[in-house]
Design a protein around this ligand. Structure first.
Ligand code: MRU
Length: 344
C-alpha cells in the first residue's frame, strides 16, 4: 500500500494510464485494488462505493475527467455527455460536481493537449486536498483542549486525498496529547466507522472504541466526551451540513448534553449555490443494504426498509465549521459569506 508520511493509506492513486482504487467495500478483511481506466469505470466505482467520502469522490472524478478527454479527443459533445454521466454517480457530495466544474474551467481555456492539462489539474486537486487536511488538522485540533471525542462514519485518509478531515483533526489533537480515546460509531448500514475508521486508527496506534449508534446518548451522558467531530458531504450557504445519516441525531444529543459539535471539511465541500439544508439532495440507496449484511439477510423476510444515507444538521446545532480557509464559529449565512470572501 502506498502511504505518505503520517497521511495514512492513499486509497486513490494515479498509475500512469489508469486510476488504482483501494476497494473500500472489502476492508478491513481484504486489501483489493481495482483499476479504472475509463470515465464510466470511475463513475461506477463512485456509485458502487469502491471509492467513497466526499473529497475522495471529487479527486477520483477529477482523474475521470482527464480520462474522458483522452477518450473523446476533439468531440466536445461526447466529452460533455461523459461528464454528465460522471456527475450523476452520487448526488449529495458536492465535491463531485465541484471537481468536474473546476475541470470544465480548464476545458474552457482550450489548451492544446487537453488530456495532459486535465491530468495535471487532477494531481493538483489531489495534492491541495492533502494540504487542506493538514491545515484543518492544526486549526481544528487546537479547539480540542482535552478529553475523549466521538466521531461518525469515516473521514480519514480513505475518504480524502490523505490524512483526513475530522479524522485529520483527531490525528493532530492526539499527536499533541489532547485526546485520550476516540469513540467511533459503527455507522450502519455500510459500517464505515467499524470497518474503516477503526482500521485507520488502529494502524496509527490511536485508542479507538466502537459503539452502535444507539449507544451515543448514553456515552455523551457520561460527560467524558468533549467534542463530537464529524465531516461533511455538502455545506449549504447558511451553514447547514449534510453528512452521513446519524450525524443529525449526534448533533441533537451533543447540544442536549452540553458537548460541542465540530464539522471539518475543505472549502470544496461548501456549496454557496445551495441556500440551506432543505435544498441539498439526499441520496437514498437500495433497501437491501439495510436488509442484509455481507450477503446474509438480517431482517424478517417481507419487511421493507428506508435507506437515506445522509441527513442534514441545522447550522444552529454546530459550534464550529473548520475549513482550510479558517473556522466559522456558530455558523450562519454571514459567517459563511465571510469565510468564502462573498459580500452578504
Ligand atoms: C471526509 S469524508 C466526509 C463525508 O463524505 C463522510 O462523513 C461521509 O458521509 C461519507 O459517506 P459515504 O457514503 O461513505 O461516501
Amino acid at each position: 500500500m502506498t502511504t505518505r508520511e503520517n497521511d495514512g493509506v492513499r486509497a486513490v492513486i494515479w498509475a500512469g494510464d489508469c486510476l488504482r482504487l483501494l476497494d473500500q467495500r472489502r476492508l478491513p478483511s481484504d486489501t483489493v485494488w481495482i483499476e479504472a481506466s475509463t470515465v464510466d469505470e470511475v463513475a461506477s466505482a463512485i456509485r458502487d462505493m469502491v471509492v467513497r467520502g466526499a473529497p475522495a469522490i471529487g479527486i477520483a472524478a477529477a482523474y475521470g475527467v482527464a480520462m474522458a478527454a483522452r477518450a473523446c479527443g476533439s468531440d466536445p459533445d461526447a466529452l460533455d455527455a461523459a461528464l454528465a454521466r460522471l456527475a450523476a454517480a452520487r448526488p449529495t457530495a458536492v465535491n463531485l460536481r465541484w471537481a468536474i466544474e473546476r475541470q470544465r474551467g480548464r476545458i474552457a481555456e482550450g489548451a492544446g493537449d487537453l488530456a495532459a492539462v486535465l491530468l495535471a489539474e487532477a494531481v493538483a486537486i489531489h495534492e491541495e486536498d492533502v494540504t487542506a487536511n493538514r491545515r484543518m488538522g492544526v486549526l481544528g485540533g487546537a479547539l480540542i483542549e482535552s478529553g475523549d471525542v466521538l466521531t461518525h462514519c469515516n473521514t480519514g485518509s480513505l475518504a480524502t486525498g490523505g490524512y483526513g478531515t475530522a479524522l485529520g483533526v483527531i490525528r493532530s489533537a492526539y499527536a499533541d496529547g489532547r485526546i485520550g480515546r476516540v469513540y467511533a460509531d459503527e455507522t450502519r448500514p455500510w459500517l464505515q466507522g467499524a470497518r474503516l475508521t477503526a482500521w485507520e486508527l488502529v494502524q496509527d496506534g490511536i485508542p479507538v472504541t466502537l459503539l452502535c449508534e444507539g449507544a451515543a446518548a448514553t456515552l455523551l451522558a457520561r460527560g467524558e466526551v468533549s467534542w463530537v467531530v464529524a465531516g461533511a458531504d455538502r455545506i449549504a450557504a447558511n451553514g447547514d451540513v449534510a453528512n452521513k445519516i446519524g450525524t443529525y441525531s449526534l448533533a441533537v444529543l451533543a447540544r442536549y448534553h452540553g458537548v460541542r459539535f465540530m464539522v471539518v471539511a475543505p472549502t470544496s465541500t461548501i456549496d454557496m449555490n445551495t441556500p440551506d439544508g432543505a435544498a441539498i439532495p439526499i441520496e437514498e440507496r437500495p433497501a437491501d443494504e439495510l436488509l442484509s449484511l455481507a450477503g446474509q439477510p438480517v431482517a424478517a423476510a417481507g419487511a421493507g426498509a428506508w435507506n437515506p444515507v445522509f441527513d442534514v444538521t441545522p447550522a444552529g446545532l454546530i459550534d464550529a465549521i473548520v475549513t482550510e480557509a479558517g473556522i466559522v464559529e456558530q455558523p450562519g449565512l454571514a459567517g459563511m459569506h465571510e469565510l468564502m470572501g462573498w459580500r452578504a
